[in-house]
Design a protein around this ligand. Structure first.
Ligand code: NAI
Length: 344
């Protein structure tokens, strides 16, 4: 079966690609606005070292495309964008660099930046001083991401005939950082049995002790027995070899790019392991930003996060009836929203 993957990144597939350079601040950056059919492009600013400029540009374009799909699948009125600031030298004036970058962001007029790897809310404040339109400056959306993942897991468990309830299920959480810890606490409060694992084993053990959970070594993940595997650490934790070994019935977590590539979704399908697409489950962060940007309240936030569960239920039901991976259904849905909006 062919996966209905998002269109590949051919040379012209990014709507707007801007290189930003100012030697006074050591600023080298790229802004990739993938698509604005649904609205301005929302996506984080990554501050990272790359082997060469092309690698950074490719990553910005790839991540911008992923944001188009995440925002569309979450029923948000944003397109997708991402930017990369190249950490290729010592920065003497970080505030100045970020303000200058904010001027470039303002010039595009179509990019709404957020925090990503290597950037913080301080950086966003400086970008805003430079003129960038920053949707949510003070907030760390991790708790909302965790809440959204919780609803996604709950929906997947409810749809799974092998599992009676969330509270009687055994979940293995990889990564107990900002998202994983909040999620673990919520699941423990629900009475679920938890196993935690983190490269920071002291952190995992401390939380496990507090919550009455077990811990395992990260190397034991592929063969660990559990009902739900919850990746909340790093990208690409499930490749075809791991997918063949997993002993769970559901995979649902916060980590972006959970699968090494889309074909792994087919292996999971064949093995009757329900895969909740990462961009559906982890949309709580962008939903949080949207709710704050529109000055809505806590009730609106909670109901928007709960809607992640409703969306997951409907994607899983459609995947079941069409006998395809939930990834195919989620991609199709997001692509259809983008196509419909671009034709209006
Ligand atoms: P974090 O950096 O706070 O926590 C990650 C945790 O994973 C750390 O405790 C780290 O020690 C651990 N870790 C790193 N490599 C590991 C490995 N190979 N095996 C086991 N543990 C490992 O990150 P955060 O914010 O909790 O995000 C977790 C994941 O969710 C990331 O992939 C992130 O891209 C994704 N995500 C986060 C969002 C947010 O709102 N924070 C929004 C959407 C996605």
């Amino acid at each position: 079966m062919t996966i209905a993957a998002p269109p590949t990144l051919d040379f012209w597939s990014t709507e707007q690609l801007v290189l930003c350079s100012d030697d006074r601040y050591g600023l080298h950056a790229v802004i990739a606005v993938d698509n604005t059919a649904l609205g301005k492009g929302l996506g984080g600013v990554r501050f990272k070292e790359y082997a060469n400029p092309e690698a950074g540009v490719t990553e910005a374009r790839r991540l911008a495309r992923a944001m188009s799909f995440k925002n569309a699948a979450a029923d948000l009125s944003y397109g997708g964008a991402k930017s990369v600031i190249f950490a290729d030298g010592a920065v003497e004036d970080r505030a100045g660099l970020m303000r200058r970058f904010g001027e470039f962001v303002a010039r595009t007029g179509m990019y709404l930046p957020g925090v990503d790897m290597g950037t913080s809310t301080d950086d966003l404040k400086w970008m805003a001083e430079g003129g960038a339109s920053v949707p949510s400056i003070d907030d760390n959306p991790s708790a909302s991401t965790a809440t959204g993942v919780y609803y996604a897991i709950k929906a997947a468990v409810d749809a799974c005939s092998d599992l009676a309830s969330l509270s009687s299920s055994h979940l293995l959480i990889q990564g107990v950082g900002n998202v994983g810890e909040v999620l673990a606490r919520r699941l423990a409060a629900e009475g679920a049995r938890l196993t935690l694992t983190d490269v920071d084993s002291i952190r995992a053990q401390a939380l496990a002790h507090e919550l009455g959970a077990q811990t395992i070594d990260v190397r034991d993940i592929p063969t660990a027995e559990c009902d739900v595997f919850v990746p909340c650490a790093v990208a690409k934790v499930i490749d075809s070899a791991v997918a063949q070994k997993l002993r769970c019935v559901i995979v649902a977590g916060a980590a972006n790019d959970t699968l090494s590539d889309d074909s792994v979704a087919d292996i999971l399908l064949q093995r009757k392991i329900t895969y909740v697409p990462d961009f559906l489950a982890n949309a709580g962060g962008v939903i949080d930003i949207d709710v704050r940007y529109r000055n809505l309240g806590a009730n609106e936030l909670e109901s928007s996060l709960e809607a992640i569960g409703t969306r997951v239920s409907s994607v899983l039901a459609q995947a079941e009836s069409e006998r395809v991976s939930p990834l195919v259904v989620a991609h199709k849905y997001a692509q259809q929203r983008i196509t419909d909006a671009s034709q209006r």
